[in-house]
Write a protein of this length. Structure first.
Ligand SMILES: *Cc1c(COP(=O)(O)O)cnc(C)c1O
Ligand SMILES: [Zn+2]
Length: 497
């Protein structure tokens, strides 16, 4: 849209100027630190940070209606700096100038309504929000866009160069980190630590293709995480894990988009997300609270977290109904098809605990819950979804299985409307589909394929296939006729009368 066609009262605000005063605040001891340093945990007590804008109250000078209009109109701008997570600049990282913002096409992912057949089978209205349609094919791009924009900003202003950005990952974080770092060219090198054999070939190919240094560690994600944490303590590296609070900020955009999609009316809505390291659910809760603070939304939706029975520490924690008696105990994970969420010691758990208290206080006890699903349910629901036109990955299948579990448990009602997170693209986790089709899951996954969901290509064998070439016109004709006959027979087609 042309500039002069935007409402005049909004024009001065459409392209945001740097504002606010952001600090890291330790969740444990409350100490605050300036963001001009690359810090991930509290130097005093090793606590996790949340990013706080000390001047956030300035945003309250304007009513919710102002922000709603501003964000809606911003979507019509062609400026790359406000196309992605920074469409919500004032809420993500207001101190970052437009020139430092890295935009690779992330955000504003489609929210696709389930067809009537699927809604009927599930028993309620719902949408899939396809975060696999982000540039590196998972929601992690939202966080990386914020984290690398910040890094770009701090490197320029603090005159740092040759920074090494590093992360441990269950696959998608490293794909996103490598992609965004590659865009910054020589300024940032990236290295990723992966649990050997615990990421899919597609996920492994992504950081390799983007030119990252890829190091594999025998073990699971939790082992890689420990190595990276210790590394960041002793060496000058920029840590791009979920401990990085800029990533949480960027991931808040998911909640903002859902709000915007419903024209900011979240009454009767349910947001369902899988939980692994718990960064995503942290961001969703924090984002919703932030919009609620500003009167941009009036009602907090229900938020349902989902975990596999094979990696369920957050589910176990909230099984205890009395908040005073809750005790967090990490678990040893079992193999899970929701491999990107296969985490027994979620890094962001302290953030979740803090935010859920606030969320439940404002939204009521029923506004937040965590459910558990089986590996079987995850696979069956992924296939069910995709047979109805979706592109859900295994974690997307987990989300849908979670919605259905919540419905059965009475945590969600049939007249509500859910948004189910397909956190990555189907194709990243395609090996699990193949194992389902081939019935080749190792026993520890506990998945038995349902024949009606299995599908295989069928190779047709021509009756005659001359070995010389080129074929004669008669041979081509004979081959085609034979194949047509076989295809028609395979598809049960009847001759036109
Ligand atoms: C990272 C990831 C998750 C888990 O999100 P957390 O923020 O770690 O809880 C789920 N699905 C996919 C596809 C992921 O990449
Ligand atoms: Zn501290």
């Amino acid at each position: 849209m042309r500039w002069q066609d935007f409402p005049e009262d909004l024009q001065p605000y459409l392209l945001p100027q740097p504002a606010g005063r952001m600090v890291y605040r330790c969740l444990e001891c409350g100490a605050e630190y300036g963001i001009d340093r690359l810090l991930y945990t509290c130097p005093e007590c090793q606590g996790l940070f949340l990013l706080v804008d000390l001047e956030a109250d300035r945003l309250k000078a304007r009513p919710g209606s102002f922000w709603r209009r501003l964000f809606d109109y911003r979507r019509l701008l062609n400026d790359p700096a406000v196309q992605g997570v920074f469409c919500y600049h004032e809420f993500i990282a207001p101190i970052i100038p437009r020139e430092d913002i890295v935009y690779l096409g992330e955000c504003h992912t489609p929210q696709v309504q389930a067809n009537p057949r699927l809604q009927e089978e599930v028993g309620m209205a719902f949408y899939y929000k396809n975060d696999g349609q982000n540039p590196s094919a998972s929601f992690k791009d939202r966080g990386m866009a914020a984290a690398l924009s910040y890094l770009n900003f701090v490197m320029r202003t603090q005159k740092l160069d040759g920074v090494l950005a590093i992360c441990a990952s269950t696959g998608d974080t490293s794909a996103a980190a490598a992609l965004y770092a590659a865009y910054l060219g020589d300024k940032v090198a990236s290295a990723v630590l992966l649990p050997h054999g615990k990421v899919t070939p597609q996920q492994l190919s992504q950081p390799l293709g983007a030119g990252a240094r890829v190091l594999e560690i025998p073990g699971v994600f939790d082992d890689c995480m420990r190595v990276v944490e210790a590394l960041a303590e002793h060496y000058p590296v920029a840590l791009l894990n979920s401990k990085n609070s800029w990533r949480i900020r960027g991931q808040e955009s998911y909640a903002y988009e859902v709000a915007q999609w419903f024209d900011y009316d979240l009454a009767g809505k349910v947001i369902v997300v899988p939980i692994g390291n718990a960064g995503n659910i942290t961001a969703v809760l924090e984002g919703l609270l932030r919009f609620h603070d500003l009167g941009i939304i009036d009602t907090l939706p229900k938020v349902i977290g989902v975990q596999s029975r094979h990696a369920n520490p957050v589910f176990r924690y909230y099984q205890e109904k009395n908040p005073q008696r809750r005790l967090f105990v990490p678990v040893t994970v079992q193999p899970s098809v929701a491999q990107a969420a296969m985490i027994g010691r979620p890094v962001s758990m302290p953030r979740v605990i803090r935010l859920v208290e606030e969320y439940s206080r404002r939204g009521g006890d029923h506004s937040f819950a965590v459910v558990e699903v089986t590996e079987q349910e995850i696979m069956d629901n992924m296939l069910l979804a995709n047979r109805n036109g979706h592109i859900a990955c295994t974690q997307g299948g987990e989300s849908l299985a979670g919605l259905r579990a919540a419905l059965r448990a009475g945590l969600v009602q049939q007249d509500e409307v859910a948004v189910v997170d397909a956190t990555a693209h189907h194709l990243k986790f395609i090996g699990f589909q193949q194992m389902y089709f081939d019935n080749s899951f190792p026993p520890e996954f506990e998945v038995t394929p349902r024949p009606e969901y299995q599908n295989r290509p069928r190779l047709l064998t021509p009756a005659v296939r001359p070995s010389h070439s080129p074929w004669t016109p008669e041979e081509i004709q004979a081959f085609t006729k034979d194949m047509v006959g076989q295809v028609a027979a395979a598809l049960g087609l009847k001759n036109r009368a």
